[in-house]
Ligand binder design. Structure first.
Ligand code: PLP
Length: 388
């Protein structure tokens, strides 16, 4: 018998799209993938080289559950150089991706039947991991008027006796919107007044545009929990490596949970990541960030020219979340149907809104600009020609 908690976790709808895309590719169709939530760039060579060197010198044993001391130190230094924020290496916990960090945080903070407040639309795994630990997701509908982010006003209006923490992502998936220092500070103050915990997923830090400042929440609240990862900015999705910064008094509980849930993050990946902060690597990553910005600058007006509405300009990550109401019709009455129609008719794969929550999900589609500019423009041409 399958446990209720597992049954209640929803699969990603985009998997249907992916399966259909694979079938079409097997028939020889050329599919443009705008549904993929990972950079198309390979891991920077200095990191790969460090990984190979680690393997050659047989770095193949477990590390401590909290992670390699050198990597924890390197991440602490990163906070100093990148954000001018002092973070002790003791507070850094190395995890298998941000996913591992989310499991630690929700496992440690979310009591059975208690609530974690989340923005809807938002990253789907948050509510599923909340369910996995027998807690509840308290979904708050957000839209362009609040930059698709939780605000201090949401905290004050919706926090109830069962709410214990709020989790935000900045930049956000799927909307790419960013919280300013003031907004982070207001959220932190509102949550502190409720005696709750504040968790900020900073996985898309480094991938921001228009020259905006993306402060870490630790610059306004040293008691916040930060989730981050080597997956996106550092281009290491397949290495399964991320981290958590927790207040000092929570580190022993994170250590205990890490020991029991995954023992330690992958050792070779940890050694490889020691090269992630080198100047050579950072120079490669700076160029890639620029390319993502150019792609966003190309794709955004092109989508708008199709009749798709984007309420706030995404300033980070590699996603555009667009309202497709103007393109819905009898044949494609909702975003899922439209995504399937586009894939079949034009070979363009995108993600329907219902992967990100319930709030106007059937009228939204996420476009990931994780492919090069020419292909983005070709996708737009194909959609244009299809007459929707
Ligand atoms: C907002 C957000 N958080 C966390 C993750 C998990 O990433 P990983 O486990 O690869 O670090 C993702 C992946 O897409 C994401 O978009």
């Amino acid at each position: 018998m399958i446990a209720q908690r597992a049954q209640e976790i929803s699969p990603f709808h985009v998997m249907d799209i992916l399966a259909q895309a694979k079938r079409l590719e097997a028939q020889g169709r050329d599919i443009i993938h705008l549904e993929v939530g990972e950079p198309d760039f390979d891991t920077p060579q200095p990191i790969i080289d460090a990984g190979i060197a680690a393997l050659k010198s047989a770095k193949t044993h477990y590390t401590p559950a909290l992670g390699l001391a050198e990597l924890r130190e390197a991440i602490a230094n990163w906070y100093q150089t990148r954000y001018q924020v002092a973070v002790s290496a003791n507070r850094v916990v190395i995890t298998p991706g941000a996913s591992g960090a989310l499991m630690l945080v929700l496992g440690a903070l979310l009591e059975r039947d208690k609530k974690v407040m989340l923005a809807d639309p938002g990253y789907p795994c948050n509510r599923n991991i909340a369910r996995f630990v027998e807690g509840q997701a308290q979904l708050i509908a957000v839209d362009g008027s609040d930059n698709y982010q939780l605000t201090a006003e949401h905290i004050n209006a919706h926090w109830d006796d069962d709410t214990t923490l709020a989790l935000v992502a900045s930049p956000s998936n799927p909307t790419g919107t960013v919280l300013s220092r003031q907004q982070l500070s207001d959220l932190a103050a509102a949550i502190r007044a409720k005696q709750g915990s504040f968790v900020v997923d900073e996985i898309y830090h480094g991938l921001t545009y228009d020259g905006i400042d993306t402060p870490t929440v630790l610059s306004v609240d040293q008691n916040a929990f930060v989730i981050n990862s080597f997956s996106k900015f550092f281009g290491m999705t397949g290495w399964r490596l991320g981290w958590l910064v927790a207040p000092e008094q929570y580190v022993p509980i994170m250590d205990k949970l890490a020991q029991n849930l995954f023992l330690a993050a992958p050792t070779v990946s940890q050694y490889a990541a020691l090269s992630a902060f080198n100047s050579d690597t950072l120079a490669i990553l700076a160029q890639r960030r620029q390319l993502f910005e150019q792609r966003r600058n190309t794709l955004l007006p092109a989508l708008q020219s199709l009749g798709l509405e984007v309420k706030t300009t995404p300033q980070g990550a590699f996603y555009i979340y667009a309202n497709c109401s103007a393109l819905l019709n009898e044949r494609s009455p909702d975003s899922m149907a439209l995504c399937k129609y586009w894939l079949q008719k034009t070979g363009v794969a995108v993600t329907p809104g219902n992967d990100f929550g319930n709030n106007l999900a059937e009228q939204h589609i996420r476009f990931a600009y994780t492919t090069h500019e020419q292909r983005l423009l070709e996708a737009i041409e194909r959609i244009k020609k299809s007459g929707n």
